[in-house]
Design a protein around this ligand. Sequence first.
Ligand SMILES: Cc1cc2nc3c(=O)[nH]c(=O)nc-3n(C[C@H](O)[C@H](O)[C@H](O)COP(=O)(O)O)c2cc1C
Length: 162
Amino acid sequence: MSGALADRFRDTMRRTASGVAVLTTDGTAGRAGVTVSTLCSLSMEPPSVIACVHRDNRTLDAILKNGCFVANVLAVHQERVAKAFAGLIPELRDDRFASGDWRLAATGAPLLQESLASFDCRTASTHDFGTHCILIGEVVEIISGDGDPLLFADRSFHRLAA
Ligand SMILES: Cc1cc2nc3c(=O)[nH]c(=O)nc-3n(C[C@H](O)[C@H](O)[C@H](O)COP(=O)(O)O)c2cc1C
């Protein structure tokens, strides 16, 4: 992609809004997590989601080795969790999980308490494209909570307007 098109792509995508999720995993490769804006529904049959993670990301490696992840969709009060798992809180860099309360999901991955929703997934398939890996998660358990979603647009966090 030319530099000009890449700049235009970044500036244009920046204006789109998304929800925010933290993908977490645990298993033989250890516990890890990453903040993403790329979680979305894939299919009802079987219930499944996709998320796109940079191939250099350490959490991706752990998810692939552990074979499971929880997609924790963040509620508006969980901005600190989003920042921690994006590496934006220096004092939490060594223990990002200290930003929230967790319990183990059925797959063994950490599930965030009081999230808007948590989808416990078995990693069913992956597809590399460009710099990223598309993760396909087959949902094995769903925990849904209350509240409004945390939103991300124009490089900052937002809440739904009344
Ligand atoms: C709101 C938000 C959304 C993000 N979405 C994604 C995403 O969808 N995929 C991705 O690979 N990184 C995404 N990132 C960046 C990662 O969270 C970040 O690079 C990573 O957590 C840094 O981890 P590290 O410090 O271990 O390298 C996002 C960051 C923020 C703040």
